[in-house]
Design a protein around this ligand. Structure first.
Ligand SMILES: Cc1cc2nc3c(=O)[nH]c(=O)nc-3n(C[C@H](O)[C@H](O)[C@H](O)COP(=O)(O)OP(=O)(O)OC[C@H]3O[C@@H](n4cnc5c(N)ncnc54)[C@H](O)[C@@H]3O)c2cc1C
Length: 437
């Protein structure tokens, strides 16, 4: 396609989701002098923790540097899964069967809990159990996928169906994969409408959300924490960092443990109903079996295809990124070769050195972060666990609070190595594919 024509007349460098639910300003008046709990950040982690603390009678202030929902919570792909970069069998081999089982049971509980929360709060956010198709990029990946999914079916009861290469077009208008697998009970959501519903419920429960209020320092002083912001100071009994991929350097201990990296996405222009039905006939979320995944899904609110990849690439111009993402999607779905892009955007994610999310308390500061691309269910769920832990409830116990939160010597929060690491994952995927199973 002529590169000039690649972008629609109404093209914008912002998330598709913001057409219906852009980030929003909240309170910007005087801060209260004191609160039971102060929370830094206004994504899913923050709002769920705030909601449950407020319901238990605690006074809560949320302090957000930008508009509410400025972070990844209104920018992500809306996949509602139970997956981590560490597979069940890897965890079993390295940490034992009991640990692996607890991790994957809780991942599944998190996914189910989001469905229950959305139903309880009555949030209209297109939540659906659409199922996920995982495309195998090689025969070796197909065999590996089948082996892993069968272990999880036997041990945990998680359902799946293998899709032979000849049946690929039942799931995707593509010849790029050597078959794959369908996981029927995984879901999808409109991430920004979900976030907006959480924000409304949280504020209705009495939580005060202050926007354009960057927190510049958090200092525990005996029984209280002094939370300094650009607009004044709040003294709180407890403070939570819910900043995931946006964690500021001044949170030194945490900044040394999370690895921020950028995720990129694009939306096509409006497509015909016939083309939409052909591209992803069962309306599932799609991703591939690589470590550095490409992902594709139908928008739930319009006839557009949303897709992403090239995660962790060096920061670059978003139109350039749109061109690269378009080339990727046209290779996977050739029907999109002449289709234009209406939106391209990016957001900050957070990895960790052990590829696991972490929740806990250090130096008098609570935290839940490091979701490794699984923050829709895990951010929501660990927000709940944080609230339960602060309230002293036994239900707050979680396997994601039981392991040390690792860092590396000399790492201070500057993720210069992420583009190199992603290229290394690409090389490993290609090598694995060449070697066979
Ligand atoms: C492109 C992309 C696609 C993704 N796709 C998926 C997916 O399909 N499924 C999935 O499960 N996960 C996905 N993720 C990850 C998921 O979106 C995140 O893990 C999740 O939203 C994190 O939520 P959070 O509440 O912890 O943080 P965020 O929503 O990122 O919020 C952090 C907030 O902290 C604020 N903040 C930072 N510093 C300060 C400060 N000093 N003072 C005040 N405020 C501050 C920031 O402004 C930001 O608003 C994706 C992420 C991206 C970027």
């Amino acid at each position: 396609m002529n590169q000039v024509d690649l972008f629609t007349a109404d093209f914008a460098e912002r998330p598709h989701w913001w057409d219906l639910a852009p980030p929003e300003p909240c309170e910007e008046g005087d801060l209260p002098q004191g609160a039971d709990v102060a929370i830094v950040g206004s994504g899913y982690t923050s709002l769920v923790a705030a909601l449950y603390l407020a319901r238990a009678g605690r006074s809560v202030v949320v302090l957000e540097a930008e508009d509410a929902g400025h972070g990844a919570s209104r920018r992500n792909a809306g996949y509602l899964g139970r997956t981590l970069k560490r597979s069940f069998t890897w965890l079993e081999e390295h940490h034992g069967a009991e640990f692996a089982t607890r991790v994957y049971r809780e991942l599944d509980a998190a996914r189910q809990w989001v469905f229950a929360l959305v139903a309880e709060l009555g949030i209209p956010c297109h939540i659906a159990q659409c199922g996920r198709f995982i495309g195998a990029t090689s025969e070796a990946h197909y065999k590996d996928l089948a082996r892993e999914l069968e272990v999880m079916r036997r041990r945990l009861g998680f359902p799946y169906e293998m899709i032979a290469p000849v049946d690929l077009r039942r799931e995707l208008a593509s010849d790029a994969y050597l078959g794959g697998a369908v996981i029927p009970d995984l879901g999808s959501i409109h991430p920004a409408l979900y976030h907006r519903g959480l924000l409304q419920a949280t504020r209705a429960a009495g939580v005060r959300v202050f926007t354009h209020t960057p927190v510049t320092a958090l200092v525990r002083d005996g029984k209280t924490v002094r939370v300094t912001t650009a607009r004044g100071t709040v003294t709180a009994r407890e403070a939570i960092a819910a900043t995931n991929g946006y964690t500021p350097r001044h949170l030194g201990w945490l900044a040394r443990r999370v690895i921020p990296f950028e995720g990129f996405m694009a939306a096509t222009e409006e497509l015909s109903p016939a083309l939409m039905a052909k591209l992803i006939p069962n309306g599932r979320t799609v991703l591939d079996s690589n470590v550095n995944i490409n992902f594709i899904r139908p928008a739930p609110d319009s006839r557009k295809i949303l897709f992403g990849g090239l995660t962790g690439s060096r920061p670059c111009d978003l139109r350039d990124m749109g061109r690269r993402l378009h080339a990727m999607v046209a290779r996977l779905l050739p029907d999109l070769v002449d289709v234009r892009l209406s939106r391209v955007w990016k957001g900050q994610c957070a990895g960790t050195f052990d590829f696991m999310p972490h929740v806990g308390r250090h130096g008098g500061l609570w935290y839940a972060l490091g979701y490794n691309f699984a923050g829709v269910p895990m951010g929501s769920y660990l927000g709940l666990k944080l609230a339960e832990q602060i309230l002293g409830k036994a239900e707050g116990a979680t396997v994601f609070g039981t392991t040390p939160f690792p860092t590396l010597p000399f790492y201070r929060g500057d993720p210069w190595f992420v583009p190199l690491a992603m290229r290394w994952f690409d090389w490993k995927d290609a090598r694995f594919a060449r070697k066979g199973a």
